[in-house]
Design a protein around this ligand. Structure first.
Ligand SMILES: Nc1ncnc2c1ncn2[C@@H]1O[C@H](COP(=O)(O)OP(=O)(O)OP(=O)(O)O)[C@@H](O)[C@H]1O
Ligand SMILES: [Mg+2]
Length: 495
């Protein structure tokens, strides 16, 4: 039968595998035959009972064991064993596989080759034969959006792993841990940072609400124009975070980090998120709260994100009208609303207990509009101000766009340094001017022109404000003079 001692010859392996496969096929055929006969004679409920008993009996007689590895553990959370098997089996596809699936999404660089449903892959681990099969079933899922129930057809994928029963411990204790380890190595080697969002999907995504593409964003800490002290502090914070797995475990703290990025539009908040993702090689999950209806939907989305990832909620001040939703009159089902307390519970409760190596980032253009509860100490670990462009920020942009080394001193730099300190200009505005020409002189002239316009406008504004003030003082003085004259006239008339 299926006994492999030490190192068998290839013929032994093949014939053993044939016996093993044949016995599995035979059992299945017998069960199908019995099912055909009983179909006409016995009611469905009783039929199912007989079938399940028969399957157990036949299974007990069979020497084959089958492990089912579903794609998700509870319908939402991804099953890491399934994902590991998927990555590992991509490297085990042999010429005997007849149907493959090949795909490529627009921003991906490589083709993704996967096996098709129903295909087998045979693996050999330490002289144990293992047969993998990918199966798909369609089931109906019931959704409740707070008002109505609706049904949706969802595809559930699973791997069936078959092997001789006597190797059960070996498979569970050695083979599957080996598959998990190998898949990690495979993923690390080919790791591209991915951007996950709701609504676009590739073959790599499988089940779950998130779709993804390669992030492919060029932003790095080197190309980012921001206060050098803040930049260094942030890099140090990320390094400490990446180093501290054991520390977090020891002190019983969740291995999480939260950042609030705030500042005017075009100062590099989104670019900073891309730089952090590229630096840590963490995937980014872009969560638009405006698309969510309820706290439970938020929870469902969060549990289906992976470890080593950054969850981003942009424009937190305007993406959700949290206060209005909370106060908003009669609410027949509070669970069906996305509320501030739901969001805070998610940060403090679910978020801090679920998963590992996670970062959450909120961005806003208006920190002053945020609910104080979100800003409370301890909720976000670092508040990072992305401000208007400084001269040192300009030099980084000049180096990025024109290749002017940051230590060199171009003749136009003095004028730029003087004016940039007087105006409010964003790195995005400077970048736009620098992109207008590849010629260094022309591009720098554009920047000077922009800064001059802004400076003149702010001088005009200062002048306007001064004139307004002067007018107010003059009016005040005139009122006082008129008042005094009236008093004088009244006194004279009394005399
Ligand atoms: N600090 C910066 N360093 C380098 N480039 C920057 C910086 N800020 C802005 N840019 C350039 O301007 C573009 C827009 O910036 P970005 O989208 O990062 O700004 P933002 O702060 O996220 O704006 P918003 O508040 O509108 O979302 C970037 O793609 C980049 O080219
Ligand atoms: Mg942005």
């Amino acid at each position: 039968m299926f006994s492999l001692s030490n190192m068998p010859s290839t013929t032994t392996v093949l014939s053993t595998y044939t016996t093993f496969a044949a016995s599995a096929v035979l059992i299945r055929t017998v069960i199908n035959e019995v099912q055909n006969v009983t179909n006409h004679l016995i009611p469905k409920g009783l039929q199912d009972k007989i079938m399940s008993k028969l399957e157990i009996l036949m299974g007990n007689l069979s020497s084959t064991m089958c492990i089912i590895i579903n794609e998700t553990t509870n319908g939402y959370s991804k099953n890491e064993v399934f994902e590991a098997a998927e990555a590992y089996l991509r490297t085990r596809i042999s010429l005997s596989v007849n149907h493959l699936k090949v795909s490529k999404v627009p921003r991906d660089k490589t083709l993704l080759v996967t096996i098709n449903q129903g295909e087998d892959i045979v693996d050999n681990f330490d002289c144990t034969l293992l047969k993998w099969k990918l199966t798909c079933t369609e089931t109906q899922k019931t959704n409740f959006d707070g008002d109505v129930f609706s049904n949706e057809n969802v595809e559930r994928r699973s791997f069936e792993l078959r092997f001789d029963k006597k190797f059960r411990d070996k498979v569970l204790d050695s083979y599957l841990p080996f598959v998990l380890k190998r898949s990690k190595e495979i993923n690390e080697a080919s790791k591209a940072v991915r951007l996950h969002a709701l609504g676009f999907y590739s073959e790599m995504d499988g089940a779950g609400p998130w779709g993804s593409v390669n992030l492919d964003h060029p932003s790095t800490f080197d190309t980012l124009a921001m206060d050098p002290a803040v930049k260094n502090e942030l890099i140090e914070d990320l390094n400490r975070f990446a180093r501290m797995r054991h520390f977090y475990r020891r002190v019983g703290k969740a291995w999480k980090r939260g950042y609030l990025l705030y500042g005017p539009p075009g100062t590099g908040k989104s670019s900073l998120i891309a730089a952090m993702a590229n630096y840590l090689k963490f995937d980014v999950y872009d969560l638009e709260l405006a698309h969510l209806n309820s706290n439970s939907e938020l929870r469902r989305l969060v549990v289906s994100t992976k470890n080593k990832s950054i969850l981003v909620i942009e424009d937190i001040d305007c993406s959700i009208d949290i206060e209005n939703r909370e106060d908003g009159g009669y609410n027949p089902n509070p669970q069906s609303q996305l509320t501030l307390s739901g969001l805070l519970n998610f940060i403090d409760g679910l978020w801090s207990s679920y998963g590992d190596e996670r970062i959450i980032i909120f961005t806003t253009n208006h920190k002053d509009r945020l609910d104080p509860a979100l800003l409370r100490p301890g909720r976000m670990d670092m508040h990072i101000h992305m401000s208007y462009c400084t001269f040192s920020g300009f030099k980084i942009l000049a180096s990025n766009y024109l290749g002017i080394k940051s230590h060199s001193n171009h003749s136009k730099f003095d004028a730029i340094e003087r004016m940039i300190a007087m105006v409010e200009v964003t790195p995005a505005e400077i970048a736009e001017e620098l992109m207008k020409s590849e010629d260094v002189e022309i591009a720098l002239d554009k920047v000077v022109e922009l800064l001059r316009k802004k400076r003149d406008r702010s001088v005009e504004e200062i002048k306007d404000v001064a004139e307004e003030k002067e007018r107010e003082i003059k009016e005040e003085r005139e009122k006082k003079v008129i008042g005094k004259k009236r008093k004088l006239r009244r006194r004279r008339s009394r005399q």
